[in-house]
Write a protein of this length. Structure first.
Length: 331
């Protein structure tokens, strides 16, 4: 039976956070501008190609709902498949700091979710969590991957959770890494900003991008910001209207997340950084209430992006989780 307190906290997210954001936001995406929007060339495009080349992963594509979905594939061809889903406003390259630590034993699939990175954005499409989860599940079928370990960070965690709940035979294990989808008992800095109509995850200026890394990272914050801010500034500024549009879609919830997450049966790891300023670490306890069989792993002095801030630590926790999932299947 679901925990009543948890239900009250989570069900109120759109009402208590989403609706005030929409009411107080000074920016509304323009439909004509979105219809004309095209990707732009930027310094980030060159850096992306270099990162991928060094990683040893191959860049591939699949078509879904008129979207060309770009993804990286590599690692051990005969290993268990691991699917890594990035968060809001991010891209597949977020995983490259850690990918090399997994590739020796596992077959990696790392997509740009529809609307993000190199994957297509189509103004007439929708990017709700449930729709994105359906796209990922269909992608797994098209690639004939069989059951997979699925890992999602932030928004990607909510999408991964929906896949795990709705397609249980296709998921070996689930990892919710600083996952969206449920509220904790404490208000984060990000949620406080949303109440004012501000979204720090959608930067427009160079200072906004620097602020983005201040709120999303804790460990190695200064080095990550110094490295990534100049590379990503123009790309993120160009994506400003697109990311606002997608964020509004994410606030349209098709199904009570309590019901979805409570349906998860596969081995599950709830992973969080205790210094997360986007989704407070208290969210981990809410997820645990809904998924009692899940294990919880809290990283000290890590923020919202463990795979960037502490890739070795994160990779060790993931490998341990997958070994345990394999052990459970063999008994």
């Amino acid at each position: 039976m679901k925990n009543a307190a948890s239900n009250t906290v989570s069900a109120s997210f759109v009402e208590t956070i989403g609706q005030p954001f929409l009411a107080n936001s000074r920016y509304t995406p323009d439909a004509a501008e979105l219809a004309r929007w095209k990707p732009t060339r930027s310094l980030w495009n060159m850096a992306r190609r270099s990162q991928i080349a060094v990683s040893g992963l191959k860049r591939r594509h699949v078509w879904l709902d008129q979207h060309r979905i770009t993804f990286l594939e590599g690692g051990r061809a005969d290993g268990e498949t691991v699917v890594l889903l990035h968060g809001f406003g991010a891209n597949k390259e977020n995983w490259l700091f850690m990918a090399g630590l997994l590739a020796r034993r596992y077959h990696l699939i790392i997509p740009d979710l529809a609307g993000f990175g190199e994957s297509h954005f189509i103004a007439s499409s929708n990017y709700r969590l449930a729709t994105q989860a359906e796209r990922i599940h269909r992608m797994l079928g098209l690639l004939k991957l069989g059951p997979v370990h699925i890992v999602g960070n932030s928004m990607g965690g909510a999408i991964a959770g929906i896949v795990a709940a709705r397609a249980q035979d296709d998921v070996l294990s689930l990892t919710l890494m600083n996952s969206a989808g449920m509220r904790g008992h404490n208000m984060s800095d990000f949620e406080t900003a949303l109440l004012r109509g501000e979204n720090p995850l959608i930067p427009r200026t160079l200072l906004d991008v620097a602020r983005l890394f201040r709120i999303t990272t804790h460990r190695n914050r200064h080095s990550l910001s110094a490295l990534l801010t100049p590379l990503l500034y123009r790309e993120m500024a160009h994506r400003y209207p697109v990311n606002h549009r997608i964020f509004r879609d994410l606030l349209e919830i098709d199904e009570d997340p309590n019901d979805l997450f409570a349906d998860i049966r596969c081995p599950t790891l709830i992973m969080w950084g205790d210094r997360d300023e986007v989704l407070d670490v208290s969210c981990a306890a809410t997820f645990k209430q809904l998924i009692p069989h899940a294990r919880t792993c809290i990283f000290k002095d890590v923020g919202h992006l463990p795979m960037l801030e502490a890739p070795a630590l994160t990779a060790r926790a993931l490998r341990s989780h997958w070994r345990e999932a394999r052990r459970q299947r063999s008994h």
